[in-house]
Design a protein around this ligand. Structure first.
Ligand SMILES: Cc1cc2nc3c(=O)[nH]c(=O)nc-3n(C[C@H](O)[C@H](O)[C@H](O)COP(=O)(O)OP(=O)(O)OC[C@H]3O[C@@H](n4cnc5c(N)ncnc54)[C@H](O)[C@@H]3O)c2cc1C
Length: 441
């Protein structure tokens, strides 16, 4: 006899979805999380999502319903309610080291939609609780061990250790999964790098450009420090943006970058009346994905098994499938094998390592060019604005779209065109050579 049918370790988007779906199916489920509250997002997240377009072999259909939104996962076949409205974003910007500007705009379909991560967390938490999930918050899962019949989980709450048992365990404890480390499930995964991010969510930002995401790179923007910064519009206030840094460890570099950018950098005048309404942070670890996301009675769901990130929408999808397949296992069927099939089919980097590179190029491709080359390209794009009807703008395809737009410009010399084709073709080994580096000299 075990304490629970299923224990879900980690109650982010993947874990909360798994908890609710398992409880809905009548199973005795416990959600464990180190956070004190589960209705709030603490970890940095910009809030973009890809709806009404294919992404990770799913197509989420969005239907506004007054001040709520119905999200239908049309391929896997389940529906969620989001208690807010989505905002389509039609513009995307980049700024080079010397302040040259690049813009792409979409006419018919937005690049992506914006949601509020905390609202999403709160919706899933309330729903999971209503289905009958029990939660243990402010509780750290320390380690797991298993026999062929059950899993033992050691948790620490209020300074005391306790052992809980379950028939199956879902590890949805995100990147740097402690459960994965405790049972050796990360063996064979390659680490490409680890980087900190700090987010300031600010209102009253006086940004003169069309509402869209803004990507800044080049040491000049950050007082000589290597790194990058992305500003994504936020629905949480007037002229609000989330500013997120990209840099290398130690994490103090993130703070130095964001402070310089908003107070002393060439764009600091945008922030002279701005107010910080929230701050958050995260450390992002980039490991190759788990190829087989289960070990015995433990299933790894969402970012715990991923290359970099599943994003909220696909972590939720993974949580749903994790619950469906775990129920199958409990009924003596090969549910985890079924999950394995789902994992390999939907997350392309599991079977095709090049897709890891494609995903990462979204923020790394500027490093393949010199400051001069990028200035030349950005100047050209101001003369030949990039306007598309329905952009292929998911992180997988964004860089190819940008490179192809540049390659179509007659003024671009052949050697640069060749470099762009090389960037399109680059695999992770090639991309890894620029991780942690600044702009080419
Ligand atoms: C800078 C940044 C920007 C991002 N922007 C976006 C965006 O715009 N849109 C988007 O969709 N996604 C975005 N993401 C990615 C997104 O946050 C993740 O892909 C998503 O949260 C993964 O969900 P998950 O449930 O698998 O893991 P997580 O959300 O990481 O949840 C893991 C949970 O496990 C808990 N946990 C961890 N270890 C333990 C332990 N030992 N014991 C108990 N509990 C534990 C954590 O507290 C957490 O609640 C961003 C991420 C970063 C870092």
């Amino acid at each position: 006899m075990t304490d629970y049918d299923v224990i879900v370790v980690g109650c982010g988007p993947a874990g909360l979805m798994a908890c609710g779906e398992l409880a809905k199916r009548g199973l005795k489920v416990l959600g464990v999380d180190k956070k004190p509250r589960l209705d709030k997002n603490y970890r940095t997240a910009s809030g973009y999502c890809f709806l009404d377009q294919p992404f990770n072999k799913e197509f989420i259909k969005m239907t506004p319903e007054g001040n709520k939104t119905c999200l239908e996962y049309t391929k896997i076949g389940f529906t969620l309610e989001y208690s807010g409205t989505m905002e389509g974003i039609y513009h995307s910007h980049m700024f080079s080291d010397t302040g040259k500007h690049w813009q792409a705009s979409a006419r018919k379909k937005p690049f992506y939609n914006l949601f509020v991560p905390s609202k999403c967390q709160s919706d899933r938490y309330k729903w999971a609780k209503k289905q009958g999930t029990k939660f243990m918050t402010a509780t750290v899962a320390v380690k797991a061990s298993q026999t062929d019949k059950q899993v033992e989980l050691v948790v620490r709450k209020d300074g005391k250790n306790k052992t809980l048992t379950c028939k199956k365990l879902i590890a949805s404890d995100g990147l740097s999964s402690r459960i994965a480390r405790s049972i050796g499930a990360n063996e064979g995964r390659t680490l490409f790098g680890k980087g900190p991010t700090i987010e300031y969510e600010m209102t009253d930002v006086e940004c003169p450009y069309d509402r869209g995401d803004m990507f800044f790179f080049g040491a000049n923007n950050f007082g000589g420090m290597a790194g990058g910064l992305i500003m994504v519009p936020s629905p949480n206030g007037k002229n609000a943006f989330r500013l997120e840094t990209m840099s290398v460890l130690p994490a103090s570099t993130s703070t130095a970058i964001i402070e310089h950018f908003t107070k002393k950098g060439p764009f600091s005048h945008w922030f002279k009346n701005a107010k910080i309404i929230d701050t958050s942070g995260a450390v992002v670890e980039m490991l190759t994905p788990m190829i087989t996301p289960y070990r015995g009675n433990i299933l790894f769901v969402g970012d715990s098994a991923a290359f970099a990130e599943c994003l909220y929408q696909s972590a939720t999808m993974a949580g749903y499938m994790g619950a469906v397949c775990t129920e199958m296992e409990l009924h003596g069927k090969k549910g985890f094998e079924e999950y394995d099939q789902f994992w390999g089919k939907h997350f392309e980097w599991v079977k095709n390592p090049k897709r890891m590179a494609d995903y990462t190029k979204r923020v790394l491709f500027p490093r393949f060019f010199t400051v001069k080359e990028l200035d030349f390209l950005f100047e050209l794009s101001e003369k030949n604005p990039i306007v598309v009807d329905e952009p292929a703008a998911t992180p997988y395809d964004f860089t190819t779209m940008v490179m192809q737009q540049f390659m179509a410009m007659p003024e671009v010399p052949d050697d640069l065109k060749k470099r762009m084709q090389d960037i399109i073709d680059a695999d992770m080994a090639k991309v890894a050579t620029v991780i942690g580096k600044g702009q080419r000299a």
